[in-house]
Design a protein around this ligand. Structure first.
Ligand SMILES: Nc1ncnc2c1ncn2[C@@H]1O[C@H](COP(=O)(O)OP(=O)(O)OP(=O)(O)O)[C@@H](O)[C@H]1O
Ligand SMILES: N[C@@H](CO)C(=O)O
Length: 383
């Protein structure tokens, strides 16, 4: 404000000087010199205030949707349940956990993961590696069939991409930072997919834009000490197929439901029993206004555990990353949404445990068979 006023004064004075008499001119020139300094000072004050305001805005979380249940992690609402939970006792055997199964199939090696990289690291070996590739191919096939553009994304990003997507506020402690180069390792390809259109204006008739990203994901898992320490349920590095949509704001809620539907289609095709929850306010993170999680039944834990998560971020990420859409003469921030399609390790956990058979083998759900050379069963290997 003060800068604009001074600048206007400076311009008017500039016009007076050529017309002034020689006596007046000296006085006007002194005044102009003073004004020049005042304008400079006001400009730098204004820039500092702009920067401070931007920093404050970056600390604010998204506005929560009015229907979200209020409370902490445990205060979610169950919206739906799907599939049938197996009764192993009635079938006459005790369910083994995913690690025991994975080791006897020659599919998972956590001991050598720990030897090489520390706790929460693992190797997928033999049929375990093939199972990941089958899952990724089947997930990408479903997504491309639904019209998503498949994308292989960078896993290292600059700070702006991380900050713009909302991962450097309260979530920062969960993020790996390569200080020497000022790169961040992404915890999800949501980050490079959101930043893909950074600083762009997209024509309204190009929307919705839908991308299916595949990338490694890195998570420090700060604050989870002692939680899910067995096997590959909670690890520091995993691969994930992620859905990401750019839509007009009025289409965001419908797109959120569509992302959830695609996740349900995926889990149903894997023949996993699961429930859908409406995540409570305290567990939404910075960027989501509403979040639906799908939780699959894990037999040896006797509970449903999160496998996928679909978030509506409304204009939160678009504003921070400066992504707008153009309709006629108007431009405005669009809405972004993201949803897990297949986070590999937990999906493997759920498949091994839910499809295990009395002899220690694991039935392959039909959707994966074409990607496993037609294999119908994974058999334990001889020691
Ligand atoms: N450390 C991890 N190890 C393996 N898979 C993970 C891990 N963190 C997240 N995932 C998978 O990625 C999906 C999307 O990640 P999201 O950020 O929603 O998980 P999250 O809410 O942090 O999970 P949790 O609450 O269990 O820590 C999860 O549903 C899960 O399947
Ligand atoms: N990008 C979301 C959904 O996968 C997440 O990582 O939680």
């Amino acid at each position: 404000m003060r800068f604009d006023e001074l600048r206007n004064e400076q311009k008017s004075l500039g016009k007076l000087i050529p017309k002034a008499s020689p006596e007046e001119r000296a006085e006007l020139l002194t005044k102009a010199e003073q004004l020049k300094q005042d304008v400079r000072a006001a400009e730098s004050e204004q820039n500092e205030a702009d920067e401070a305001a931007k920093k404050l805005l970056l600390q604010l979380g998204n506005i929560v949707h009015g229907d979200v249940p209020v409370g902490g992690e445990e205060d979610f609402t169950v919206l739906e349940t799907h599939g049938t939970i197996r009764d192993f006792a009635a079938e006459g055997f005790e369910a083994k956990d995913h690690l025991e199964l994975g080791e006897s199939l020659g599919a998972i090696d956590v001991e050598r993961g720990a030897k090489v990289s520390g706790s929460r690291f693992y190797y997928l070996t033999g049929v375990g590696a093939l199972l990941e590739l089958a899952l990724v191919n089947a997930a990408i096939a479903q997504a491309t069939e639904a019209g998503f553009i498949p994308m292989l994304t960078p896993a290292l990003v600059r700070p702006r991409a991380m900050e713009g997507t909302g991962f450097l506020g309260q979530a920062a402690e969960n993020v790996y930072h390569l200080e020497k180069d000022d790169y961040y390792l992404v915890g999800t390809s949501e980050v490079p997919l959101a930043a893909y259109h950074m600083d762009e204006i997209i024509d309204a008739d190009k929307l919705p834009l839908r991308y299916a990203g595949f990338s490694p994901c890195f998570r420090r898992e700060a604050g989870t000490y002692g939680k899910d320490t067995r096997g590959i349920f909670r690890v520091h590095q995993f691969d994930k197929v992620e859905m990401f949509s750019y839509v007009a704001p009025e289409d965001a809620e419908a797109e959120h439901k569509r992302l959830l539907d695609w996740e349900k289609q995926w889990l149903t095709s894997l023949e996993l029993p699961f429930q859908v929850i409406d995540v409570a306010t305290g567990d939404l993170g910075a960027s989501a206004s509403r979040k639906f999680d799908c939780e699959a039944w894990i037999p040896t834990q006797g509970k449903y555990r999160e496998l996928t998560s679909a978030s509506n971020c409304d204009g939160f990420q678009a504003r921070r990353l400066s992504i707008r859409y153009r309709e006629g003469k108007k431009t405005a921030p669009l809405s972004t949404l993201n949803g897990t399609l297949c986070a590999v390790p937990r999906t493997i956990v759920a498949i091994l445990e839910n499809h295990q058979q009395a002899d220690g083998s694991v039935r392959v759900p039909p959707v994966l068979r074409p990607y496993l050379g037609g294999r119908e069963v994974l058999e334990p290997i001889a020691k």
